[in-house]
Every structure is written in C-alpha cells, then in structure tokens.
Design a protein around this ligand. Structure first.
Ligand code: SIN
Length: 532
C-alpha cells in the first residue's frame, strides 16, 4: 500500500492546478491513465472566458452564464467562478502562459475572442490551441515539483470507502485501487483527500469532439462509491465537428463563428438565422438543434461553416491548427465552406459538489468537468469550463488545507489488497469491442440531441442487458483498461438515460418531443441520482 497526503485522479487543468497548489502542503500523487498530456483540456480550442476588459463586467458575464443555463444555474457557483476567475488567470500567466495579444493604438492588449451566448468579447486564447498550451504549461510545472509524483499509465479501478470495508463510522473515501497498466498489478493507494479530475464522458456517444480518454471514469467510480450524481441528462453537443471520413473527433472552434463564420445548408442558406436572432452565434443548444433539424429535413449528412469572407492571412494567424488540419483533409477554409456535424462535447452534470468541490462522500472531491457545482445549469456557456477548472481546483485546495480534517480512524489500519480471485485473461476481445460500439451507437441514436420517452426506454432496456453482461466479464476475467472503460461507459450511459427519463420537460440541452415546453413548476430543480 502506498500513502499520499493528496491523490488526484486525472491530469487536465483542474487536476494539475490542484496538484501544484497542494504540493506546497504535502505529498501529491497524480494518477492518469495514459500520458500526462492526454486530457480533455489539451483538446480545448476556444479558450478561457474571463472578465478582463473595461468594456466587460462581472454582471454581464454572470448574466450570460445564467441565461445559457436556462434556470438551473447555482447562482453562488456562477458568481464565485466569474469573480474569482481573473485572479486564477493571472496565476496561469505567472506560470508562463502567453495569451494572444493585439496592438491597440500603440500598446498591447489581450486579444479577446467571441463565442456563442457571450454578449461581449471575453475569451482569452492562444490561437486555437489554448487548452494544449495550458496543459503543457501546467505539466511542466508539475514535473518540476519535487512533491508531486505523476503516475502515468495508471488507471483507477474503484474508490475504497469505509462503508465498503465495513467500518461502522460515517462513510469516508479512503483511497483507490489503481491498475498499473505496464505490470498489470493493482496497487492500493491510501489517502484521506482524494480528488477526481477525470473530465467528461464524450466517448459514450458515437460522434464526439473528445479524446479517447473521455469515458466517464470519475462519475462511474463516484456512483459506485455512493456519491450523489447530478444533471447527467444535460450533455452538450458542439454544433461544429469536422465532417470527414478521416478526421476523427476534430473540433471546429466556435471562435470561427465568433469571427463571422456562418452555418449554411447545401444550398447556401443561412438556416440558423431563421430560428434565432443571433443566427450562427446563438447558444449552442439552439444551433445544434437547428443543424439536427436541417439534416433530418434535407437528408444531408452535414452542413457547412462558411468563413470565406475573412482573408487567408487572418485565418492562418488566428486559427493555425484548424486551417492546417482542414488543408490536410483537402479543405481550403479560405476558399470553401467547411463540412461540419454536431457531436457530443461536454458533460454539464457530474458528481454533485459544493462550491469547493466537496462531494456528498466525505474525503472525496470532484473538480473540473467531472464535478457539478451548478455553474453550467442546463447548458454551459462556451469557454466557461477551463475557468471553472482553475477556480474550483484552487478552492478545493484552500478548503482542504483550512479544514485540516483529522485522518479517518481507519488510517491506522492497513487497507486490504485488491482481490482478483480466480480469473483468466479475456478470451474474446470482440465482446468488449462489440459492447463498446453498441453503447455508443445506441446513445447516439436514442439519447441524442432530440429525445423521446420511447427511445429513452428502449435505450434503458438495452443498457441493463449490456451492464449485466459487462459485470459478468468484470468478475470472471483479468481486468484491463478496455474492460474498465467499457464498464464505466455503460454506467454513465445508464445515468444519462435515467436522468433524461426523469425530466418530463425540455430545458437547455435536454430536448424531448414528448414534452417540448419548459415546466418551471415541476422541474426547475436538479436531477439527483444516488446509489444509496
Ligand atoms: C470551442 O472552441 O468551440 C469550444 C469551446 C468550449 O467548448 O468551451
């Protein structure tokens, strides 16, 4: 058994920010299932929404966030993240991050991007690779910290809790079992302060803008440990993922629409303008639904994002990553519209937490996309998530240091080792891949942008069967990363379906043809699920 003062699972913006701060107070382990850089953060293009300009204000950023959230935002979370954001961004700059600047009457100012739902330009960015620059800046600092041990290629299997071990005390998270992917051994990691920072669950859908690691591991583990899970029905679909047979999961940033890009159908019509006065820059839920409806109406496989009115030199400077990637796929965005489709992008729900990231399970914190502070409500305002990761990571660290909670009484006892029993190697990998594909397709077809009760019930029945089969696999075969991810994916898919079935209205990202209107009287509340 290995013991740490703090254990962080996940190596994106929230996990690494926490690790750096906690390292000033004790020994930290950062557990990450691939390489350190493999995170949702590294794929974020848009940037960090933050009030930095004299033309902007906290009140406006708060108002835009609440409007996008469709009545479900937690006001305390919104105010805290918006107001504390600038200080956290300054810390990032002090670590060496250079956000893009521009010349204004002879002096340099931050170059602020615009995205859907924002009433002002307020998105700090590094070209169109903001997340990657943040990720590498934080990773460099973490790797230099003598108090942080970065355990790459280690995947958490499950949380260890006092209740699971039979302690007759208040339940408490005591650590985690972690699979060392190189040796195949499962290690016992002990801590009184465990932070989940595992990101979201985009891979639960067939089409996603997320990297392969986004398999909902944190939510699934917290659910199995008995923590409360909130608002999983609110999955954000990004309107513009590149549509090309060889371009898996490539996002075309909303910032392209912020710079004047217009969505058009094959005939060249600006079809979003027909459904919303802000047209292509309307909030994401509106744009994604308009595309879905247009594709269903016309039978087309994609729509087009037209930014050809901007000069080539501007596109190359502002969107170098998108420009080059499109060109590699034979699309010259300066001359022709980019074919795009909506794809699963962000999990607005997650493990229910307070404004410091504390979950309902003592000793367990959840920060970043995996947690649900209530900032996003029923629909996340673009580029608010990196900001939330910074603010909540800082607050979680401050809260843990301030509380100086005594070690759990079980701390004196050695935790039991992982019992693998009499297991064999998986004999037929095809079963894992088949189940994986089936979940992702059924979620796309039945639990997508537009839902109905009938489709949700169908999905629910299928998922129960799949979960039974996966559970059998889990007990009878030696665990592997693929099997663990499949098990987590199935759990999170079922949580999304159960949450969606319980919300008999349409609000924000949850739209159902059976209840197309918002019903404030009955449903202006969070959806809470808990095993206990
Ligand atoms: C984008 O660049 O469009 C993504 C920004 C975000 O999802 O916040």
């Amino acid at each position: 058994m290995r013991e740490f003062d703090f254990v962080v699972i996940g190596s994106g913006i929230a996990g690494l920010t926490f690790a750096l701060k906690a390292a000033e107070h004790g020994r930290v382990a950062v557990i990450t299932k691939r390489k350190g850089v493999d995170s949702n953060t590294a794929w974020a293009q848009g940037g960090v929404a933050c009030v930095t300009s004299g033309e902007d204000s906290f009140a406006l950023h708060i108002r835009d966030t609440l409007e996008a959230g469709a009545g479900l935002c937690n006001l305390e979370a919104v105010e805290t993240v918006v107001r504390e954001g600038p200080e956290r961004v300054r810390e990032l700059i002090a670590l060496g991050l250079h956000f893009d600047e521009r010349d204004v009457s002879g002096h340099r100012e931050l170059d602020l991007g615009r995205e859907g739902g924002h009433s002002k330009r307020r998105v700090l960015h590094v070209h169109d690779m903001t997340g990657f620059e943040i990720e590498t800046t934080l990773l460099t600092a973490v790797r230099q910290s003598p108090n942080v041990e970065l355990l790459e290629n280690h995947m958490a299997v499950d949380l260890i809790t006092a209740a699971k071990l039979g302690f007759a005390t208040e339940d408490h998270c005591l650590g985690a079992y972690v699979l060392d992917e190189t040796s195949g051994a499962v290690e016992t990691i002990r801590t009184d302060r465990l932070l989940l920072a595992t990101g979201g669950c985009g891979k639960v859908y067939l089409y996603t803008t997320n990297p392969d690691i986004a398999t909902g591991d944190g939510v699934a583990m917290a659910w199995r440990a008995g923590a409360a899970i909130a608002n999983m029905e609110f999955v954000q679909f990004h309107p513009t993922c590149l549509f090309h047979p060889h371009a898996k999961s490539f996002l075309i940033s909303e910032a392209v629409r912020g710079e004047g890009g217009i969505l058009r159908n094959a005939k060249g019509d600006d079809f979003v303008a027909r459904v919303h006065p802000q047209g292509s820059l309307a909030p994401r839920d509106v744009v994604a639904r308009a595309i879905d409806a247009e594709m269903k109406r016309s039978g087309a496989q994609c729509v087009y994002l037209d930014i050809t009115q901007q000069p080539r030199a501007f596109l190359q400077e502002r969107f170098p990553h998108i420009y080059e990637t499109c060109l590699r796929h034979g699309i010259d965005m300066a001359k022709e519209p980019i074919p795009v489709v909506p794809a699963a992008h962000y999990q607005c729900g997650g493990i229910r937490t307070d404004i410091d990231g504390a979950t309902s399970l003592p000793g367990l914190y959840a920060i970043g996309e995996v947690g649900c502070t209530g900032l996003h409500g029923a629909n996340r305002l673009a580029s608010n998530s990196l900001l939330e990761g910074l603010v909540i990571a800082h607050r979680a660290c401050a809260a843990l240091i301030a509380s100086r909670s005594p070690a759990h009484p079980s701390g004196a006892v050695s935790l039991p080792e992982w019992q693998s029993g009499d297991v064999q190697n998986v004999d037929e990998l095809v079963v894992i891949y088949h189940n994986w594909d089936e979940i992702r397709r059924l979620m796309w077809d039945y639990v997508g942008i537009v839902r109905t009760d009938k489709r949700l019930q169908r999905a629910s029945a299928r998922l129960r069967n799949l979960q039974r089969e996966i559970q059998e696999f889990y007990w009878n075969f030696r665990i592997t990363v693929d099997l663990l991810e499949l098990r987590n994916l199935a759990t999170v898919a079922a949580l999304i379906v159960d949450s969606a079935l319980s919300r008999k209205e349409s609000r924000g990202l949850h739209f159902t043809l059976d209840y197309p209107a918002m019903n404030d009287e009955a449903f202006r509340r969070d959806t809470l699920l808990s095993r206990s």
